[in-house]
Design a protein around this ligand. Structure first.
Ligand SMILES: [Zn+2]
Length: 233
């Protein structure tokens, strides 16, 4: 193989390998991203906590009403049972009964309010939970796809690295040194492809004699502007 073609092919193989290394990095960053899963779980937990809180308030309100119902009954028994005859005490019991009855009615209104709130919060929590399950499933599917991509890229990178190694091993010492020096000096691109009389490495028009010599490919011809090795496909 002509030396310029060898260098160009090595460059292309390195480029292919680099692109896959970049893609692998992107995939691995995305594999680490648990944001969607965490948000869904957080929202479901928050909704359940709110519903549980309202359910607890409802239970407290129901207990309070039950206690008031008993106290109203006790007061009524004392008031109407006939055992209390002291008029002052009777007046006081009547006042108590009024107050307790009012508290019981207020408590019953509270119970109804909490009941409505708890039911709607529980319905909300159930729907948030469904959304969280769907979001989690989507996240897991994406993770599965990303793990497949990761495995595929690792295989491809290994293959390309093997090919890069073989292509590099086929170069002479002089070519290897030139390639390495140009890569370092020219932003990682040592070989400039010639297209329509231009060096694609720097975009400068080449003397036609240089293009002809590069096409003949008997020797390494370099761009007189950027110094890259010229390759004519
Ligand atoms: Zn050039």
């Amino acid at each position: 193989m002509a030396p310029a073609k060898q260098l160009y092919e090595l460059q292309q193989l390195e480029l292919e390998a680099q692109q896959r290394v970049q893609a692998l990095k992107t995939v691995q960053v995305r594999l680490q991203d648990t944001g969607a899963r965490d948000r869904a779980q957080g929202q479901a937990a928050g909704a359940k906590k709110r519903a549980d809180g309202l359910r607890a308030e409802l239970r407290d309100a129901e207990l309070a009403v039950q206690s008031l119902v008993s106290r109203v009954q006790e007061t009524e028994q004392r008031l109407y049972g006939g055992r209390t005859t002291n008029s002052k005490e009777l007046v006081s019991l009547q006042d108590d009964l009024k107050m307790l009855t009012r508290l019981r009615q207020e408590g019953e209104v509270k119970v109804l309010t909490f009941m409505g709130q708890a039911e709607s919060a529980e319905a909300g929590a159930a729907s948030t939970q469904l959304e969280a399950v769907a979001a989690l499933k989507a996240w897991e599917e994406l993770q599965g796809q990303l793990r497949q991509d990761e495995a595929g890229l690792i295989v491809e990178i290994t293959e390309y690295e093997g090919q890069v190694g073989s292509a590099a091993a086929a170069l002479s010492g002089r070519e290897t040194a030139l390639y390495a020096a140009l890569k370092k000096a020219r932003g990682g691109v040592a070989v400039g492809r010639v297209e329509r009389g231009l060096c694609r490495g720097c975009g400068v028009a080449l003397p036609s004699g240089d293009v002809q010599r590069a096409r003949a490919a008997q020797e390494l011809v370099r761009c007189n502007s950027c110094g890259r090795v010229l390759y004519v496909a």
